[in-house]
Design a binder for this molecule. Structure first.
Ligand code: FES
Length: 244
């Protein structure tokens, strides 16, 4: 364990833990967008900026990937941080205007509903890469990735066409902080238009409701020893029927 100071409070943290994690455990708020506990930090959005002082030197760091160390002093809400966070958020709002999540964050950090950039040529994605990392690190599929550079950079499936590797699980839509990955289910089809993906849904043999795509079931079949009966039973019914 190491002892650090955050906003004047002494805090014990685990060696190797990030400043963000230590602050969250102590109930100290640091805004984040691209952070998710299930994937490795990537520090793309810059919302979690804090001031870190060690050995008399102070620098601005991203708390989601900055490790704690003995004697580290952290400030999470100085004037400089507030100014920089607001600037970062305004730039993100220019990319994704009208995003309820960004509007909510703007309110929280005191940016308010001031004037936004009027002209913008970007799509609505803020390039945080959370969807890419979850698809790769959690689902284990890598169905989407970054393409191009600079302002033209975007997230797409390879060649921007439907990727047969995609299992249409919707994990990308679940984690997107600005909620711009649409997912629809109708007439037995799950659709993720952003990735040009359509997948057939499978009905639970017990309750009859659609609960997974054929691709999801295929993947679980390859990774587990579940019987065909269990594979075609939704998680709710499975809990009662198979005691899992
Ligand atoms: S949450 Fe740390 S950079 Fe995005």
């Amino acid at each position: 364990m190491v002892e650090i100071v955050i906003d004047g409070r002494k805090i014990r943290a685990r060696q190797g833990e990030t400043v963000l994690k230590a602050a969250q455990k102590a109930g100290i708020f640091i805004p984040t967008l691209c952070h998710n506990d299930s994937v490795k930090p990537y520090a793309a959005c810059r919302m979690c900026l804090v001031e870190a002082t060690k050995n008399g030197r102070t620098k601005l760091v991203t708390s989601c990937d900055y490790p704690v160390s003995e004697g580290l002093e952290v400030k999470t809400n100085t004037e400089r941080i507030q100014r920089d966070r607001k600037m970062v958020l305004e730039l993100l709002m220019a990319r994704s205007p009208g995003s309820p999540a960004l509007e909510e964050l703007a309110e929280k950090i005191g940016l308010g509903h001031g004037p936004r950039f009027k002209e913008q040529n970007f799509d609505d994605c803020i390039m945080c890469g959370l969807c890419v990392r979850v698809c790769n690190e959690v689902v284990g599929v890598s169905a989407i990735g970054f393409e191009d550079r600079g302002p033209a950079r975007r997230v797409v499936p390879p060649f921007d066409v439907e990727n047969p590797e995609c299992i249409a699980c919707g994990a990308c839509a679940q984690v997107c902080p600005v909620e711009v990955i649409d997912i629809f289910e109708r007439a037995g089809i799950r659709e993720l238009p952003r990735w040009h993906k359509k997948a057939n849904l499978v009905k639970c043999t017990s309750c009859g409701r659609y609960f997974a795509t054929e691709e999801e079931i295929d993947m679980i079949r390859k990774k587990t020893n579940l019987s065909e009966e269990a594979l075609h039973t939704c998680p709710d019914c499975r809990r009662y029927s198979f005691k899992v």
